[in-house]
Ligand binder design. Structure first.
Ligand SMILES: [Zn+2]
Length: 472
C-alpha cells in the first residue's frame, strides 16, 4: 500500500512539474516544423539579391527545397530536423554551376598536351573519339566526371556531347543536375551519320527527358564552322518547338573569326545572327573574339555567355572580355570546358583563373573582384542556364543545391573574408558535403551515390581503348 501511495504521489509530482513549465518545451517542439535536415553553425553565403552572409547561419531543408535560412537560434526555434549537420568552421554556399563542358572527355584527360590546337585535335582527340566513343564509354566517362564534380562542389553542369541520353542517365543516377545538349555536327560521328540523324536523335532525347526534376534536355549545334546554315536554322527551330535551351560554341579562336570572314565577311556573332540562330534560352560558350557591336547583338537577343578561362589559356585561344560583358549587362556563367583541355573539372580553379586572367589582361587588380566571380559560378550560371528561379542562391523556396567547404585547414587560416577564401584560397578538395535537390550526394568527403572504386576501375579500362586508338 505505501508503495502505491508513493507511486501516486510521484505521478502527481510529475504532472505538477509539467504544468509548472515542463509542458512548454514539448508544446514548442510540436510547434516546430519537422524537416529532413538542418545544417547549422556554418558561415552561410546566400548569394541572394543582397548577397547576405550569415556568420554563423543555418539552413533547413525539407524534400527538394530550402525551407529556412537564418541564424542558428532562429532555425533551431522554427524547425525540428530528423538529421542535423554541425558545420562549425565550414562555409555553406550554393552548389557551383559549370556552364560549359563535355563530361565524358575526362577519359581523354592529359592526352597530347602542349600542342597546336589543330595538331592536338587531328592527332589525338578526333582519332580517339572516332575509335572509342560508344554508349558504354560515354556512361563510364560521365560517372568519372560526376565523381569529380560531386567531390569538388559542382551541383549543376551544362554539357555538349554524343549519346547524351547516357549522360542524362548517369548524371541523374549520381544525383547531379544537368542541362544536357545532344550535339549536332556535320561530320559522321559515333551517334549520328548525318546532321539529320543528329537532329532526330536530339528530338527523341528532348521528348524523353523533358520535365525531369534534374535533367533539362537541350540542343547543341557544335559551332558555325562545323555546321551548314540550314542545320543551324533547324537547331533553332527544334529548340523553339520544345522550348528547350540551345548550347553552342561561339568565337572561341581567331581561326573561327577567319572562317566567318571567309563565309560571310562577318564576325562569328553576326554570322550566326544572319542565320537566325540567336534567340531565347541560348548559351554561347567562350565568346572570346567579339566586337562591341557583337555584344549589342548578344545583349539584344538575350544570349548568355559561358566563360572558360582555363581552357582558353591552355589552348591559347585568347582572353574573353568578361568585364565588358558584365558592364554590358550580358549574363555570364563560368565553365571548365572538357577535361581534355583543362585538365580538370574543379570550379574553384575556374573561379581563381577567371579573376586572375581579367586582372592580368587589363593590368588592373580591381578587375573582376571575387564577389563578381562567385556570382558567375552560382547565380550567374543559374541565369545563363535559365534555372535562376530554381537554383543559384541559398533562399527559401529554391531547390536545396548547397555545398559545405572546409575553412579550418592551414590554407584557410585565418579567415577575414569568406568570399575571398572561396575564390582565391579554396580548392575543390576542400568541399566536404554536396547536396543536390535535397539529397546528400557526399557527406564528409564520402560520395554516397557512386561506388568510387568501381568507377575508377571502369575508367582505367576505358582509357585502354583511347591508348590503342592513338598508338603510333
Ligand atoms: Zn567546349
Amino acid at each position: 500500500m505505501p508503495v502505491r501511495v508513493s507511486a501516486r504521489l510521484w505521478a502527481v509530482g510529475c504532472v505538477l512539474a509539467l504544468a509548472a513549465g515542463g509542458l512548454a518545451p514539448s508544446a514548442e517542439a510540436a510547434a516546430r516544423k519537422r524537416v529532413a535536415l538542418v545544417i547549422t553553425n556554418a558561415t552561410v553565403i546566400t548569394e541572394d539579391g543582397s548577397r547576405r552572409i550569415l556568420a554563423p547561419g543555418a539552413v533547413a531543408i525539407e524534400g527538394t527545397d530550402i525551407v529556412g535560412v537564418d541564424t542558428p537560434a532562429a532555425i533551431a526555434a522554427a524547425f525540428q530536423p530528423r538529421q542535423t549537420i554541425d558545420a562549425t568552421g565550414q562555409i555553406l554556399l550554393p552548389g557551383l554551376i559549370n556552364t560549359h563542358g563535355h563530361a565524358p572527355m575526362v577519359l581523354f584527360r592529359g592526352l597530347g598536351s602542349d600542342l597546336d590546337l589543330m595538331d592536338w585535335l587531328q592527332q589525338y582527340i578526333f582519332p580517339a573519339e572516332a575509335k572509342s566513343v560508344t554508349p558504354a564509354f560515354v556512361r563510364t566517362g560521365t560517372q568519372l566526371a560526376a565523381l569529380e564534380m560531386i567531390r569538388s562542389g559542382t551541383t549543376t553542369f551544362a554539357d555538349m556531347y554524343y549519346f547524351e541520353e547516357e549522360i542524362a542517365r548517369a548524371a541523374s543516377e549520381a544525383g547531379l543536375r544537368g542541362v544536357l545538349g545532344q550535339t549536332i555536327i556535320k561530320f559522321p560521328v559515333a551517334d549520328a551519320k548525318t546532321p539529320e540523324d543528329g537532329l532526330a536523335r536530339a528530338e527523341r532525347f528532348i521528348t524523353e527527358w523533358k520535365g525531369n526534376a534534374l535533367i533539362t534536355p537541350a540542343v547543341a549545334p557544335h559551332a558555325l564552322y562545323t555546321l551548314e546554315p540550314a542545320t543551324l536554322k533547324a537547331c533553332r527551330a527544334l529548340a523553339d518547338k520544345h522550348q528547350v535551351p540551345l548550347l553552342i560554341h561561339l568565337a572561341e579562336t581567331r581561326a573561327e573569326v577567319d572562317t566567318a570572314l571567309t563565309l560571310a565577311n562577318s564576325t562569328p556573332t553576326k554570322y550566326l545572327q544572319g542565320v537566325g540562330l540567336w534567340g531565347p534560352r541560348t548559351l554561347a560558350a567562350h565568346g572570346v573574339w567579339v566586337s562591341p557591336e557583337d555584344m549589342v547583338v548578344l545583349k539584344t537577343a538575350g544570349v548568355a555567355v559561358s566563360h572558360n578561362p582555363e581552357s582558353n589559356m591552355k589552348l591559347a585561344s585568347g582572353t574573353a572580355p568578361v568585364v565588358d560583358y558584365l558592364e554590358a549587362g550580358i549574363t555570364v556563367g563560368l565553365g571548365t570546358d572538357g577535361a581534355a583541355s583543362n585538365n580538370d573539372l574543379d570550379m574553384f580553379e575556374a573561379m581563381r583563373f577567371a579573376a586572375f586572367l581579367q586582372k592580368h589582361a587589363r593590368n588592373d587588380p580591381r578587375a573582376l573582384p571575387a564577389t563578381a566571380v562567385l556570382d558567375m559560378a552560382t547565380r550567374g550560371g543559374a541565369a545563363a542556364l535559365g534555372l535562376d528561379a530554381q537554383i543559384g542562391s541559398v533562399e527559401v523556396g529554391k531547390r536545396a543545391d548547397v555545398i559545405l567547404v572546409d575553412a579550418r585547414g592551414p590554407r584557410q587560416t585565418p579567415m577575414f573574408d569568406p568570399v575571398a577564401h572561396l575564390v582565391y584560397s579554396a580548392h575543390g578538395d576542400d568541399v566536404t558535403t554536396t547536396i543536390v535537390n535535397g539529397k546528400v550526394l557526399m557527406r564528409d568527403r564520402k560520395v554516397l551515390t557512386l561506388n568510387e572504386a568501381t568507377v575508377l576501375t571502369a575508367a582505367r579500362a576505358a582509357a585502354e581503348t583511347v591508348r590503342a586508338a592513338v598508338k603510333k
